[in-house]
Design a protein around this ligand. Structure first.
Ligand code: THU
Length: 160
């Protein structure tokens, strides 16, 4: 038996350590929490995806009385990006979470399904997609989505 240690990289930053573009994208993701439809969880998630052509796609979680029919903020943004600009890589994705009257102290952690969609988006365009997770205390910056999901499942894996 061989033990493999998998390491991943993340930068823990403060807002003023990020570029003006990144700060703007964070402001948009935070604003997007207002568009969250979350009567069940009351957990508002906003997303902003900047494409390589400069277009910013906005997302927010959308819940449903039939719970699994809802969709997370990140996926709403990434799927809208794919549906409207299929040829354009996603450069940076930001998410921010708001609940109990404030943005979360810790960086919002994307669910597994969203991570899977992130790595496919990155893989599809063959270039890194930066992922920024906003938190009031600190902000996590992943230089590429695959850093959030080591040992991911990709199209090649379907070939056996
Ligand atoms: N949610 C997201 O929008 N993104 C995630 O990655 C984690 C969870 C949403 C789904 C649901 O509407 C609410 O947060 C509580 O799980």
């Amino acid at each position: 038996m061989k033990e493999i240690e998998i390491k991943t990289k993340v930068k823990a930053c403060q807002l003023n350590e990020l570029s003006a573009d990144e700060q703007e994208l964070i402001a948009i993701a935070k604003q997007q929490t207002n568009n969250s439809y979350c009567p069940y969880s009351k957990f508002h998630v906003g997303a902003a995806a900047k494409l390589d052509n400069g277009v910013i796609i906005r997302g927010a979680n959308q819940e449903n009385a039939a719970y699994p029919s809802g969709l997370c903020a990140e996926r709403s943004a990434l799927f809208a990006a794919g549906a409207n600009y299929p040829e354009v890589p996603v450069n940076t994705l930001v998410i921010a979470c708001y609940t109990d009257g404030h943005f979360t102290e810790d960086p919002g952690a994307p669910c597994g399904a969203c991570r899977q969609v992130m790595i496919e988006t990155e893989h599809r365009y063959g270039k890194p997609m930066k992922v920024i997770l906003y938190g009031e205390k600190e902000i996590f910056v992943f230089e590429k989505a695959s850093d959030l999901m080591p040992v991911g499942f990709f199209s090649e894996d379907l070939k056996g």
